[in-house]
Design a protein. Structure first.
Length: 79
């Protein structure tokens, strides 16, 4: 089966699919020591926050176990 292409009124629309630029983008600048250290510190801070929230949040997610003794205030022990 043939794919029949309909005529396009403008040539540039038909050629846009095949267009390739001969202009190369400029090379990326390398990161300086200060920028690298700043990005590393931000990354470590985010990871430490996530780990800390997991450590402090895990006890709240555990099912509550009732203690073996009844909870009474110490003030009522002497009565």
């Amino acid at each position: 089966m043939f794919l029949r292409r309909e005529p396009v009124p403008f040539t540039f629309v038909a050629e846009a699919e095949r267009f390739r630029s001969n202009v190369t983008p400029p090379p990326r600048e390398s990161l300086g020591k200060t920028q690298l250290a700043a990005r590393t510190l931000v990354g470590l801070t985010v990871v430490a926050g996530l780990v800390g929230s997991l450590l402090f949040g895990m006890p709240a997610l555990q099912p509550h176990q009732a203690p073996g003794t009844s909870q009474q205030s110490r003030a009522s022990e002497g009565r």
